[in-house]
Design a protein around this ligand. Structure first.
Ligand code: ZN
Ligand code: ZN
Length: 134
């Protein structure tokens, strides 16, 4: 069983997840934009029985959108980084790919909720820089 591992920005929360990755999506929905502050979330779906928190469990907070069936933002209360969330009834973990400390073995396969994307999100035609522009 493959193991994924990651951490938050301040490094106080770390985890491993055992399971089979099943999908990797960039989600452009409004909730993901708000939750990430970016044009889209990049989420890996993993068939898994849960998350093994190695440290920092006292810092983990979660917020479920009241009107949503499942949408929950799990994050480190010290640095605000999104963290993986477990949905036991689905046997699924949803992992924000940016929190991984290694390259995943799966590549993004689709952009979802593209109909509700922001006009400014992910225009592949704009100039790129490897670091800050000069
Ligand atoms: Zn943190
Ligand atoms: Zn979304």
């Amino acid at each position: 069983m493959p193991t994924l591992s990651g951490s938050c920005l301040c490094g106080q929360v770390t985890y491993t997840i055992e399971g089979q990755t099943t999908a990797f999506y960039h989600c452009h929905c409004l909730r993901c934009r708000k939750a990430t502050g970016s044009g889209h979330a990049s989420n890996i779906l993993i068939k898994s029985t849960g998350i093994n928190w190695l440290k920092g469990t006292g810092l983990i907070k979660s917020y479920k959108v009241p009107a949503a069936k499942r949408f929950t933002n799990v994050f480190c209360s010290e640095c605000g980084s999104p963290l993986p969330r477990h949905f036991p009834q689905m046997g699924m973990v949803i992992l924000p790919a940016g929190s991984l400390d290694h390259e995943p073995s799966i590549s993004p396969e689709a952009r979802i909720f593209y109909g509700s994307r922001a006009d400014w999100s992910c225009d592949d035609d704009i100039t790129t820089f490897n670091e800050y522009p000069e």
